[in-house]
Design a binder for this molecule. Structure first.
Ligand code: XBP
Ligand code: MG
Length: 233
């Protein structure tokens, strides 16, 4: 069957943003920085997708005391690499479960012959760590587009357009599963019908452009999602 389900990762497959937030704080502490991102501040910083971009936004918005004046890009890259190590260690411990209904949906879609893909802003190592810890690996996903593989992160459509190109499918043959407004704007800009499953950091956001908003995937009829796709060619 030439149809695909394209999954976002953070907030969609799993409620990972709390683990990201702790990993950022761990990297800041290890670097001797007095920065601490609490949940309220992190909710604001999540408006900026991409961890490196989020750190730079924080520095520019809040002064970034302790960050060097020069070679800031290199400093941020190093700090973010420390965060990614902390995050993958936390996720690999098995402490981050899939959201309710996600495992069943992935298995049901695969059994019906849907091709599966990932389109995420997060770092590829984070995808590997989460899928290895929760699904035994990334094998179920034919295409994985992540992090810096595209020049413009969500809400730009780049990562979903890359996934469509690698799938060689038109957007109407696919359905995207997202948790945030930034993700919804990205997939809709790529022309993909989108289902939103709001999460702990996104439940107050607007999802007017969504084809469907599902608050509890575990209690939903997966058929309502599949009906959003049209067979390719
Ligand atoms: C969510 C993001 C990511 C994560 C942090 O990605 O915007 O930046 O918050 O991961 P998505 P990194 O919802 O598209 O999966 O620090 O690796 O960016
Ligand atoms: Mg997300």
């Amino acid at each position: 069957m030439n149809k695909a389900v394209i999954f976002d990762v953070d907030g969609t497959l799993s409620e990972t943003e709390e683990t990201h937030r702790k990993a950022f704080n761990c990297a800041f502490e290890s670097s001797g920085l007095q920065w601490h991102w609490d949940q309220a501040l992190y909710a604001r910083l999540l408006e900026v997708t991409g961890g490196k971009e989020r750190i730079r936004y924080f520095i520019e918005s809040f002064g970034g005391a302790g960050a060097p004046a020069d070679r800031l890009d290199e400093y941020i890259r190093t700090l973010h690499a420390m965060k990614t190590k902390a995050y993958t260690d936390m996720v690999s411990s098995g402490s981050v479960p899939l959201r309710p209904g996600i495992r069943e949906f992935i298995e049901d879609a695969a059994e019906r012959g849907f091709r599966l893909a990932i389109a995420t802003t997060t770092t590829p190592a984070n995808v590997d760590a989460l899928l290895s810890a929760t699904l035994g690996g990334t094998e179920r996903f034919e295409v994985i587009c992540a992090g810096d593989s595209v020049p413009n992160k969500k809400p730009a459509p780049d990562v979903y357009e890359l996934a469509l190109a690698q799938l060689a499918l038109p957007p109407t043959a696919c359905v995207a599963i997202e948790d945030s407004r930034n993700g919804l704007l990205s997939s809709v800009a790529a022309g993909i019908p989108t289902v939103v499953t709001p999460g702990i950091y996104t439940s107050e956001q607007r999802f007017d452009e969504a084809a469907l908003v599902i608050n509890d995937l575990a209690a939903s009829d997966f058929e309502s999602i599949y009906r959003l796709t049209s067979p390719a060619g």
